[in-house]
Design a protein around this ligand. Structure first.
Ligand SMILES: [Zn+2]
Length: 68
């Protein structure tokens, strides 16, 4: 179990951030907190994808994106 860095409440290990929802909302506000969770989740998903795609292919797809 991880613990919230602010209040020490136990949080799920699968939780993307190191603080509980209550403290997150208190610290950042509901909108910001949701945005953080969303961004962190996306980043994690992208990170996981990267492990499955060879580095070069990833770079190529980036270039293509920029080109168009
Ligand atoms: Zn907390």
């Amino acid at each position: 179990m991880k613990k919230c860095i602010y209040c020490g409440t136990e949080i799920d290990d699968s939780c993307i951030v190191d603080f509980c929802e209550k403290c997150g909302v208190q610290t950042f506000g509901r909108k910001m907190f949701d945005a953080i969770i969303e961004n962190m989740t996306k980043a994690k998903e992208n990170g996981n994808l990267c492990h499955n795609i060879p580095e070069n292919n990833f770079q190529e797809s980036k270039k293509t994106e920029n080109f168009y």
